[in-house]
Ligand binder design. Structure first.
Ligand code: ADP
Ligand code: NA
Length: 328
């Protein structure tokens, strides 16, 4: 395969939402032909915060079902679970011995998460999360990594670790580049437009889940906060309407200026009603297909195992090279 390689993944925790859809999965579906893609369910990453084992097992299948229902095709990309490819854990250890305590201490996502819980009780896994992410990417010699804003600093660390390893031990890893995504790069919470929409949020009203039923979608969008004034324009002093316009644009394929024109002189109520229908229309086939797939857990498991087999083959050369170069 002469195509460039792409690696990306989502954690099987919380509820996948329209931010994950327009910021990640929808873009992945669009690049299936152009690149050699590895789309992972990063279950080892999910363990960095406490998980209920039964619930985690269920979530892993749910993410697989959403990937497939959204149009990722196992004939055209490799869909697999991180924990079924032990090379991820093994390369993490090798890279742990190249990464530095100081640089990991500066990762803002760790600092944010640890500030909430207190660093004393944060798991070492949470601290080490960016090194596991580096291993995910470097194992496949991925050239490109589609990342949202939130993962930029982690990708920068991945590049640093690849370069440092190559300098210390000789050319081993491809230094990956960020794949810049035009739309849906950052969807904000519906009830707090200064916060990222997050699947680990304890407030279900803050996100539209991909598996929310149509009435729930309509209710959440109707209740989404709006700004003062009545104009439907994307502007810095109108973060809530700007966010809703961004979502509308990402899902409908229209541009924000087109939407501003379409809703000139109209009210928030009408705009939200239309947005809800656009979202319902996009999510309904995905939700229905995903629920259908979830009725055959065995088939999902088989599919993931077949993906893992391909991933293991693809990951082996980089792991072996890294071990050998380090003297193992
Ligand atoms: P979350 O942050 O909700 O836990 P993940 O960290 O598992 O989700 O992110 C999975 C993918 O979805 C990443 O590519 C990430 O950039 C993207 N993503 C997550 N939240 C958003 C958002 N609010 N807007 C756009 N993309 C997002
Ligand atoms: Na995240």
């Amino acid at each position: 395969d002469q195509r460039q390689r792409v690696f990306s993944g989502i954690q099987p925790s919380g509820n996948l939402h329209i931010g994950n859809y327009v910021g990640a999965i929808k873009n992945w579906v669009a690049i299936q032909e152009r690149y050699e893609n590895y789309f992972c369910i990063v279950d080892l990453h999910a363990l960095t915060v406490p998980q209920d084992p039964k619930e985690l097992r269920r979530k892993i299948r749910e993410v697989a079902a959403i990937y497939l229902a959204s149009g990722l095709d196992p004939e055209r990309c490799v869909i697999f679970r991180q924990s079924q490819v032990s090379a991820h854990a093994e390369l993490t250890w090798l890279l742990n011995c190249v990464a530095r305590f100081g640089e990991l201490s500066r990762m803002t996502q760790f600092k944010d998460k640890a500030r909430k819980e207190g660093t004393e009780s944060a798991s070492v896994g949470l601290f080490d999360y960016p090194v596991l992410m580096a291993a995910d990417i470097l194992l496949y010699n991925a050239h490109l990594v589609p990342v949202g804003d939130d993962q930029r600093q982690h990708l920068e660390l991945t590049r640093t670790l690849a370069r440092r390893f190559n300098n210390l031990y000789g050319e081993t890893f491809v230094v990956p580049e960020a794949m810049i995504l035009k739309t849906g790069a950052r969807v904000m919470a519906l009830d707090a437009p200064d916060e990222k929409m997050s699947k680990s949020s304890p407030r279900p009203a803050s996100y539209v889940a991909i598996l929310d039923d149509p009435d729930t979608v309509r209710r959440k969008i109707r209740r989404a906060v709006t700004d003062s004034g009545t104009e439907i324009v994307a502007r810095e002093d109108k973060p809530a309407i700007t966010n809703l316009l961004d979502i509308y644009a990402a899902i409908s394929g229209k541009t924000v200026p087109e939407l501003e024109e379409q809703y000139r002189g109209k009210g928030y109520g009408e705009f939200k009603k239309d947005l809800a229908e656009v979202v319902v229309e996009a999510l309904t086939p995905i939700r229905e297909r995903a629920l259908e797939l979830l009725e055959s857990p065995r088939e999902l498991e088989d599919l993931l195992e077949a993906g893992a087999e391909r991933a293991r083959k693809a990951a082996a050369p980089a792991l072996h090279a890294a071990r050998a170069k380090m003297g193992l």
